[in-house]
Ligand binder design. Structure first.
Ligand SMILES: Cc1cc2nc3c(=O)[nH]c(=O)nc-3n(C[C@H](O)[C@H](O)[C@H](O)COP(=O)(O)OP(=O)(O)OC[C@H]3O[C@@H](n4cnc5c(N)ncnc54)[C@H](O)[C@@H]3O)c2cc1C
Length: 396
């Protein structure tokens, strides 16, 4: 809180969503000298906590929940926030610049940051487990162990991580996936097959090209009418942005709050994290990224731009995933790629680095079981928009 807020900068900032993106925005506002109020509104009852460990260390029992908070209470106190946990925003009046809370109160703002994240998609039928919050993780953890059967619907990264932990705890796991090769759309067919094989090797009953129609008592019903019996069902079939509360506000919403390259959706309104779709000038495309690192980086970018920086947000997205002994790391935008090339290591040993071409450019890199330094030069090459021909020469 060193420098005073600059002329024209907002005095009252409201951040809706008290998690990775919202917290990063609040910290950045203070670091950049914002001396006005910051109201942090979150519908979960607790201070911001980290989600990636939910499907890893929390589900496995390696961590207790007290390791999850993103900051200590002392650090949060130092930010001087008006923190309203357990408080749901249900509307915005963009003309009057107020946020409406579910208890009927109105919170005025000069600047608004929307960081409300996503929530899991559900299947028809009776409620099943999903995995987004600490309570979700603890409830699922209770259903794992020897002698129990877990059906996981969806073999994306979340479903795969949960399946891996459940299998490691001795649970019988049935992993169901509509695509012929899990994650092929994201990482390519060959790598998708390698990841799938890791589950099969650990005894997971992987059923691809299998569509689930509903969750029923005692398991799930497939679209061919057959029943797959399970003691518990985890539905991991993707998520929806939490943007319904913006309907009627006049803010542009379609698959996320639509923002420009400055993460701005309207005058004084910014989006960050899983809930925000924005134009990434580096890839010249609109994207909405559900990755932990992006949430923090976009929270920072939105806060700076709200204070007047006007810097385009042009990151090389990064994500990681842990499954069994595999550490998967990826930079870039792999979706919609045209070609995958292995630059080092071997697919069979599940130790390799792969680069991705989209159009004429290097757009992504993914490694499994390799040290982080093997991937970083590719991150820089993606950031530099390196043409594929030069990339292949460097890889040769
Ligand atoms: C189980 C799990 C494992 C993951 N593992 C990885 C991983 O290995 N690697 C990786 O890169 N990423 C991972 N992620 C993704 C990463 O956690 C998210 O990208 C990140 O949490 C997004 O942060 P966010 O602040 O944008 O949204 P969120 O963390 O979803 O936070 C949004 C907050 O806003 C609240 N909210 C919603 N609507 C309202 C409202 N109307 N009023 C008030 N509050 C509201 C929500 O309850 C929530 O607390 C994982 C996610 C999960 C769930």
């Amino acid at each position: 809180m060193s420098a005073p807020t600059t002329a024209g900068a907002p005095d009252r900032v409201v951040i809706v969503g008290a998690s990775a993106a919202g917290l990063a925005a609040a910290e950045t506002l203070r670091r950049e000298g914002h001396t006005g109020t910051i109201t942090l509104i979150g519908d979960e009852p607790t201070a911001p906590y980290d989600r990636p460990p939910l499907s890893k260390e929390i589900l496995s029992g390696a961590w207790s929940p007290d390791r999850l908070p993103l900051r200590t209470q002392t650090d949060l106190d130092a930010l001087g926030l008006d923190a309203r946990y357990g408080s749901e925003a249900i509307g915005v009046d963009a003309a009057d610049r107020t946020v409406l809370l579910s208890d009927g109160s109105l919170v005025p703002y000069d600047g608004l940051i929307v960081a409300t994240g996503v929530r899991p998609r559900q299947l028809p039928g009776i409620p099943a487990h999903t995995l987004r919050t600490l309570d979700d993780a603890l409830a699922l953890k209770n259903r794992l162990g020897p002698g129990r059967t877990l059906a996981v619907v969806g073999a994306g990264f979340l479903g795969a991580e949960a399946a891996a932990v459940a299998a490691s705890l001795g649970t019988r796991v049935i992993l169901l996936e509509p695509a012929p090769v899990p994650l092929a759309h994201a990482v390519g067919e060959d790598i998708g097959r390698i990841l799938a094989q890791a589950h099969i090797d650990r005894g997971v009953d992987l059923r691809t090209a299998t569509t689930v129609s509903e969750v029923v008592t005692g398991g799930i019903r497939l679209d061919d009418g057959s029943l797959v019996e399970a003691d518990a069902v985890l539905v991991a079939i993707g998520s929806r942005p939490n943007t319904e509360w913006l309907i009627g506000s006049g803010l542009p919403v379609s698959d996320g709050l639509n923002c420009d390259m400055y993460c701005s959706a309207a005058s004084g309104v910014y989006g960050a994290g899983d809930a925000a779709r924005w134009h990434n000038p580096l890839f010249d495309t609109s994207m909405r990224i559900e990755h932990r690192t992006n949430a923090a980086e976009q929270g920072m970018a939105a806060a700076r731009n709200l204070l007047g920086a006007r810097r385009p947000f042009a990151p090389v997205p990064y994500f990681w995933s842990d499954q069994y002994d595999m550490k998967i790391r990826a930079y870039g935008y792999l979706r919609g790629h045209d070609e995958v090339h292995i630059t080092e290591g071997s697919l069979e040993e599940r130790k390799f680095t792969a680069i991705y071409r989209t159009g004429d450019h290097l757009t992504g890199v993914l490694s499994i079981g390799m040290p982080p330094k093997s991937i970083r030069p590719w991150q820089q090459a993606i950031a530099a928009r390196t043409p594929w021909t030069l990339t292949r020469e460097a890889a040769a």
